[in-house]
Design a protein around this ligand. Structure first.
Ligand code: URA
Length: 364
């Protein structure tokens, strides 16, 4: 499912919009194509309402007709210069939210240059435009559809629903991983586990989840009950999940190290290597379409494990990016995220984490 927002000005491109819609519905679901923000309730902030409508989409198509740059209101002021112009608000909002913004030129319009645009639309001038001509309309729309499909990762919401058979099979496979882990006496953390009456923490959540979150290692509190992310970091994780309408039960949450180390410290290479086959089994069982890594250790672990070209980059370079790759069972995206604990140390990081989490909406 790819959600498309069509931004247009009636006087400028109306003749083309209806025709474009008729073509797009042959490739996308009609309920995923938005052309007008239907109603703005009395008292609502209309800028917020438009921004929210844009935030619910993956792609914004900006129809640019021959009058797009110069069209004026009754007072002779250029519409694009007005703070409350809905075309401007919607495009600026999509740019700000880093949505895919595709200018579509109609009626022989030209692409605006920076000097035509108010400041919040300047990045629009750098977007590559596509032209829809009356003569080659169907062909041109085909190109547009391809651009949309390439720009937005294939959503895998068509992943088999956890019919009871799949669910039971995966749940059983995860139980086996846990049993093997319980008996893993050769683990570098086994002695600490036993001496402190702790449990291994294999992970929890939906065994058939689309999204798996992989953190660093459980803390002692977590190992006391055998559940990951139940402390302050877990609260941040829950808050972030809620902000994108997900619950813990919808996803699977685990770590790269599956026992608690004796102190809060970075995992050792020996620990990471020891748990690797267990983590592999967890991923292979769940077969997620997204691996969201939490923190730099989990990120490096996955990028190296899959031998991806990004493996030498840092988390500050990669956080919030969608890295497309393949596993044996199909296409997958790696989404590196900062560890939720960053918010505990630096509240200003919350907005960054929040924004990065938004990327996961593409897979829900
Ligand atoms: N709890 C976990 O399970 N993993 C972390 O990385 C942090 C807290």
């Amino acid at each position: 499912m790819t959600r498309i927002f069509i931004n247009y000005r009636r006087q400028d491109s109306e003749g083309y919009v209806g025709r474009l819609y008729d073509h797009l519905v042959q490739h996308f679901e009609p309920q995923d194509i938005f052309m007008d923000v239907d109603s703005i309730p009395p008292g609502a902030d209309f800028v917020d309402t438009l921004e929210e409508a844009v935030s619910n989409c993956d792609v914004l198509i900006a129809m640019v007709g021959p009058q797009w740059i110069d069209i004026k209101d009754d007072g002779g002021e250029r519409r694009l210069e007005q703070w409350n112009d809905f075309v401007r608000i919607e495009i600026a909002s999509a740019l700000k939210q880093k949505k895919v913004v595709i200018p579509v030129l109609v009626g022989r319009a030209r692409m605006p240059v920076p000097s035509d645009l108010p400041e919040d639309l300047l990045p629009f001038a750098r977007r590559n435009a596509l032209e829809l001509s009356q003569q080659h309309f169907a062909q041109d729309v085909k190109k547009l559809v391809k651009v949309i499909q390439d720009a937005v990762p294939t959503k895998q919401s068509n992943k088999a629903k956890p019919d009871s058979e799949t669910f039971v099979r995966k749940e059983a496979a995860l139980k086996l991983v846990r049993a093997d882990l319980v008996g893993a006496t050769e683990s570098p953390l086994y002695k600490f586990r036993i001496e402190n009456r702790l449990f291994p923490v294999i992970g929890e959540g939906n065994p058939d989840a689309n999204i798996i979150f992989i953190g660093q290692s459980p803390g002692k509190n977590e190992a006391e009950v055998g559940r990951p992310f139940i402390g302050p970091s877990g609260e941040i994780l829950a808050e972030m999940l809620k902000s994108i309408n997900l619950k813990r039960e919808d996803v699977y949450v685990t770590n790269i190290v599956l026992d608690s180390p004796p102190t809060k410290r970075d995992p050792t290479p020996e620990e990471i290597t020891f748990y690797e086959p267990f983590v592999d089994r967890i991923i292979d069982t769940i077969q997620p379409v997204v691996i969201a890594t939490l923190g730099r250790f989990a990120m490096q672990y996955i990028l190296k494990r899959l031998d991806l070209p990004e493996k030498r980059q840092t988390i500050s370079q990669l956080h919030g990016k969608l890295i497309k790759t393949r596993m044996q069972y199909g296409e997958i995206h790696i989404v590196p995220l900062y560890h939720p604990a960053v918010v505990l140390y630096s509240a200003s990081q919350k907005a960054t984490l929040q924004k990065d989490f938004e990327k996961l909406k593409l897979f829900i």
